[in-house]
Design a protein around this ligand. Structure first.
Ligand code: KIV
Ligand code: NA
Length: 275
């Protein structure tokens, strides 16, 4: 399993870092078998697995439940689990308790926290407590309601300047990695040059030190809207639907189950049924 130090070295050596999300056992297994560097149990879980419109409804229990499942599928891959909506905003002590729970119950190597500003003292505290923190800037879905929707961030000079400043502060506070979501590629490149810690882009162009995609978007699993920045490497949903449709037909017309799918008892035992 790689370490936070390995990711920093990968950046120094211009070796791209690959992250993908996973929320259950088979996805964790597939990601580990495919050789990704990091698995993120993202709260995007709420949208692509649980069917919510956003990530606000996702709870700590959801994160623990799915984090454990992903971990069982990927015991040897660096695992990051998202701190869900709200839990970081009551106090640093309460947030620390939640982060400890995520680390201990899922076996994660790190937690991810959206935002800078108010989150800086918390990131300091978690890092001091031995909990590595991934930061998340740009489009931060947990505050989409305040941002006015899922929109590209950092497009104006002043917004870009703020984001660059936030990235530097996050690095100072101890974040070992920064996710940059949905920002202009020039800004992502600029940030990546100005911080020592690796950046992981999603909708942030090729200048980031690594990339992350949501599992269901990447493999085409679901009917949800897929953002412009996603590349779909397969479309498994129609295959699944087709399989279930064929199964339905075969049960109806008694093609399934056939002899190969059934068990047989000895004839004398069958006759003894009535004896
Ligand atoms: O929840 C998630 O999947 C994320 C990634 C998009 C970075 O936070
Ligand atoms: Na997330």
């Amino acid at each position: 399993m790689k370490t936070t130090m390995d990711f920093r070295k990968m950046k120094e050596n211009n070796e791209k870092i690959v992250m993908v999300t996973a929320y259950d056992f088979p996805a964790g297994r597939a990601a580990e078998n495919a050789g990704v560097d990091i698995i993120l149990v993202g709260d995007s879980l709420g949208m692509v697995v649980l069917g919510y419109d956003n990530t606000v409804a996702v709870t700590m229990d959801d994160m623990v439940h799915h984090g454990k499942a992903a971990r069982r599928g990927a015991p040897n891959t660096f695992l990051v689990v998202d701190m869900p909506f709200g839990v970081c905003h009551l106090s640093t002590d309460i947030a620390l308790l939640h982060a400890i729970r995520l680390m201990q119950e899922t076996g994660a190597q790190a937690v991810k926290i959206e935002g800078a500003g108010d989150m800086l003292p918390l990131i300091q505290k978690l890092t001091a407590a031995g909990i590595p923190v991934v930061a998340h800037l740009g489009l931060t879905p947990q505050t989409a309601g305040v941002l006015g929707g899922f929109k590209v961030q950092g497009k104006t000079a002043s917004a870009a300047k703020q984001l660059l400043e936030d990235a530097k502060r996050l690095e100072e506070a101890g974040a070992f990695m920064i996710v940059l979501e949905c920002i202009p590629h020039q800004l992502a490149s600029e940030v990546s040059i100005h911080v020592v810690v690796p950046t992981i882009g999603i909708g942030a162009g090729k200048g980031a030190d690594g990339q992350v995609l949501v599992y269901h978007d990447l493999v085409g699993y679901g009917e949800h809207h897929v953002p412009k920045f996603v590349k779909q490497y397969s479309h498994i949903f129609p295959l699944i639907e087709g399989a279930i449709r064929t199964y339905t037909q075969e049960v109806k017309n008694e093609q399934f189950p056939s002899e190969v799918h059934q068990f047989t008892m000895k004839e004398e035992e069958r006759l003894a049924l009535y004896g």
